[in-house]
Design a protein around this ligand. Structure first.
Ligand code: NFS
Length: 657
């Protein structure tokens, strides 16, 4: 029950209307009764600014802010004379720079950890996937013969550092892309240098009085985004695999029912796997387990949320309590004894909700303090000084639990952890690991193409609904779906991450899924693991028969419920890599402007992919399938079969199942 001082009258939202997640609905109803506010309430109360929403506002200097009218985009210009295309492209560039900075700074932390492991200053972590180390060394041109793993790792570390610091020349992983894609980037002048340089230049170019031609600004936007996708994010994924293991399919439980009333529940929410890995060791410590038992608990229950939760779900099958829009709701259970966060996607509103239920909220990273939270800083060279303290505080909170606890009963299972390496193995077999079987199934039309459905949840649309409807349409039309980020949890809760979900797929895809024993929806990990999708696309081009560049492939991407600038950066690096990418919710650029036309049409003419936008999941599926069929036609594959849309009867049958 909420503390009196926090109780307020909340009647603005109807839980069933703002989320399709049953457990979140249950907790929102409880929050209402307890007088506790969440982001769903705040979203209902906060009307988005229509000018800001469409990036028609410039506050890059102090002669303004200048507000242009999105309904009459060329009716006026800013005080300096900036047109709507300049203003929008600068704003878009800054979103991409911020999103890229988030991913690359995270990747840089992973590199720092890797460096410490290699030079021996960090002893609590080690390299666990030496095979991956050698593969990456080979790929980066690091000599291997008769050298120790450590000596190789030192050189790999130096090479990967260029991802951030290289002043001139191409990023190390640029060479992973198909030759024709690289050529297209060079022709357009968008091959990224070090991410720090690209982000810095993006910020400089968008200062007042700098780059004022949207057609030129877009080049730096693409180059910055590519420094994320083929740079910072890719490095984060590869180092994560070397240090913590390359994921293999693992069954895991999701949803709030993973909390246990008789145990000390500790949630980790954020993005950096090092904190979570250390917490895993702390909660396995016999002394701490004994302390939990002495406090009356039957054990310690470690649970993830959002992206760090997804990394642990993929690698270790650690239970996952929910995605971005469930992070406040889970606290309403009253069952969380410690809510621990590191970086990114942490709502400030968590402090108030945690306080209402006497749950200690711990921040652990110096980059991300929150006023009113307890800060216990995490250091990789002595990680347990942080995680042990948090476990002890969680045990104390368990002992002092007062308020009644309500844990929703529902939990779902799914299979996660489909790294691009495993897809290779799964489809090709142990001795002939290859993407050829996937390509063959695409060529023969059993699988029409591959769609990446990724990203967040957003209170501006009913939680999970757009993801689920979109994915059902795609698989029904024999499109294999790969997923990263919070999107995965939406589909897992709907039962689509299990091999048994093959019956919801069209005849071709379900035949392949049944033969291989895989779900029609493959979870690949956290948002930085979108780079696994890029690498899988490279492997598809390499395996042959589907063209010479990423833009030739019958693939499409979507972020139907996105909410962050990181998602915009991801969208732009997919587009610049050659992928048609459709966003939902809202698109932050005014229609009927030259910049909008460049994003939605012009980039494709330059050999890249293009942006698309719709809020409607069925329309989104239609757009993506039409693109996939267009690519099949250009490749000379069998010409379009009839598309089957999921109708009400199908939906009822699926729900009844
Ligand atoms: Ni991605 Fe991960 Fe989730 Fe969105 Fe946030 S947790 S990095 S940004 S909300 S998918």
């Amino acid at each position: 029950m909420a503390k009196d001082k926090k109780v307020q009258k909340l009647d603005s939202i109807v839980p069933d209307e703002v989320t399709t997640c049953e457990t979140t609905q249950q907790m929102l109803s409880k929050a209402k009764m307890d007088g506790v506010e969440t982001a769903f309430d705040r979203a209902a109360a906060m009307k988005p600014c229509p000018i800001g929403e469409k990036s028609a506002c410039c506050k890059n200097c102090f002669m303004g802010p200048c507000r242009l009218n999105a309904k009459d985009p060329y009716g006026k210009v800013g005080v300096c004379g900036a047109t709507i295309d300049t203003i929008q492209s600068r704003n878009f560039g800054r979103m991409v720079a911020t999103g890229t900075a988030s991913h690359t700074d995270h990747g840089m932390e992973m590199l720092k950890l890797f460096r410490g492991v290699v030079d021996g200053t960090i002893k609590d972590y080690g390299i666990v996937d030496n095979e991956k180390l050698l593969d990456i060394a080979q790929e980066l041109g690091v000599p291997i013969q008769e050298r120790s793993h450590n000596a190789i790792a030192v050189d790999v570390c130096d090479e990967l550092e260029k991802t951030y610091t290289q002043l001139e020349g191409e990023l190390p992983f640029v060479k992973r892309a198909p030759a024709k894609t690289q050529e297209m980037w060079r022709e357009n002048g968008i091959v990224p240098r070090g991410a720090m340089r690209e982000i810095m230049e993006m910020m400089n170019r968008t200062h007042m009085g700098m780059d004022q031609d949207y057609a030129n600004i877009i080049k730096q936007i693409s180059r910055t985004a590519l420094a994320d996708g083929w740079g910072g994010s890719m490095v984060a994924t590869e180092i994560g695999d070397m240090l913590f293991g390359t994921p293999k399919p693992t069954q895991g439980e999701v949803n709030m029912g993973v909390l246990k009333e008789d145990q000390v529940n500790i949630i980790i929410h954020g993005h950096e796997p090092n904190l979570f890995e250390s917490m895993l060791i702390s909660v396995s410590d016999p002394a701490l387990i004994e302390a939990a038992q002495a406090a009356g608990a039957s054990g310690i229950n470690l649970v993830g949320m959002c992206c760090s939760g997804l990394e642990m779900l993929s690698r270790r099958g650690i239970p996952h309590a929910g995605n971005f829009m469930s992070t406040e709701a889970v606290l309403v259970t009253g069952a969380v004894d410690a809510f621990t966060v590191d970086v990114q996607c942490i709502k400030q509103g968590l402090v108030n909700v945690a306080d209402c239920y006497n749950t200690p909220l711990f921040t652990t990273n110096d980059r991300a303090h929150i006023e009113g939270a307890h800060h216990v800083e995490f250091h990789e060279d002595h990680p347990r000084e942080c995680t042990d303290v948090i476990v002890e505080m969680a045990i104390k909170r368990f002992k002092e639990r007062e308020a009644p606890i309500e844990i929703p009963a529902r939990k779902d299972t799914g299979v996660f952890g489909f790294s691009h390496e495993y897809i290779n193995y799964m489809l090709g077999g142990t001795f002939r690991g290859s993407y050829t079987p996937l390509n063959q199934n695409i060529i023969n039309g059993k699988i029409r193409g591959v769609a990446g459905v990724v990203g967040c949840t957003n209170p501006r649309v009913p939680q999970d609904e757009v993801h689920i409807e979109l994915v059902k349409e795609l698989i029904k039309n024999d499109v294999l779906v790969v997923q990263t980020g919070c999107a995965q949890i939406a589909l897992a809760k709907a039962g689509l991450s299990l091999p048994e979900a093959a019956h919801l797929a069209g005849p071709g895809l379900s035949e392949v899924c049944e033969a291989v024993g895989m779900p029609p929806v493959l979870g690949l990990g956290a948002c930085v693991d979108n780079t696994r999708i890029l690498t899988a696309a490279c492997n598809m081009v390499k395996a042959g028969g589907l063209g010479d560049s990423i833009s030739d492939l019958p693939v499409a991407g979507a972020a139907p419920e996105y909410m962050s600038e990181k998602a915009i950066a991801i969208g732009q690096y997919f587009v610049a890599s050659g992928v048609y990418t459709v966003f939902g919710v809202t698109f932050p650029i005014t229609e009927q402007t030259k910049f909008h036309d460049l994003l939605f049409n012009g980039l494709e003419e330059q050999g890249m992919g293009k942006w698309g936008f719709t809020k409607d999941p069925r329309e989104m599926a239609r757009m993506m399938i039409a693109h996939i069929e267009k690519k099949r036609e250009q490749l000379g594959l069998d010409v379009g079969k009839e598309r089957v849309l999921v109708d009400m009867a199908d939906r009822r049958a699926a729900e009844a199942h």
